[in-house]
Design a protein around this ligand. Structure first.
Ligand SMILES: [Fe+2]
Length: 164
């Protein structure tokens, strides 16, 4: 059972990571709009938040539970996202008439199924495998890079091998 401080540290890590991602987005928009100073400020904020998130990660590294339990938790999360959350999000996008959001949610759904499928192999983290991630959509290929990404159609060159 995780103690309260660990839970708070996990929350801090998630919040700082999410805020950093948001601020990178705002920095990109500001840069595109010719607001260079604002873009620099947002980049500095994002960098600072990433440092905080990394510090929280370092704190938690020695305190997290067993990896095999995490793998099953993660598989269930991916399955739930693919089966429930993203289809609901797709419907909301369709109702709003937002094709772009609908297409993104559809891709997230397919990628979540792919990730859940990778995690179904009980030996996936135990045996020697190589993982190749599509840099366009996030699809993970195990051991062999496909000629084309089965989800987004990206070519082989858009896959990047996961490295430590
Ligand atoms: Fe892809």
């Amino acid at each position: 059972m995780p103690n309260e401080l660990d839970s708070r540290m996990k929350m801090a890590m998630a919040a700082e990571s999410a805020s950093a991602a948001r601020n990178r987005l705002y920095a990109a928009k500001a840069k595109k709009d010719g607001q260079g100073q604002l873009a620099k400020l947002m980049t500095a904020m994002a960098t600072g938040e990433q440092i905080s998130a990394r510090r929280a990660l370092i704190y938690l590294r020695g305190k997290i539970g067993q990896s095999d339990r995490h793998l099953e938790f993660l598989r269930q999360q991916k399955q739930a996202a693919a089966a429930r959350e993203y289809p609901a999000a797709r419907e909301a996008a369709a109702s709003a008439g937002d094709r772009s959001a609908g297409a993104a949610f559809e891709q997230f759904e397919k990628v979540s199924y792919n990730h859940a499928s990778v995690l179904e192999d009980p030996d996936i983290a135990g045996a020697e495998h190589e993982f190749y991630v599509c840099q366009v959509c996030g699809f993970i290929a195990v051991d062999v890079v496909p000629e084309k990404c089965p989800i987004c159609g990206a070519v082989t060159g858009r896959f990047k091998q996961a490295a430590l």
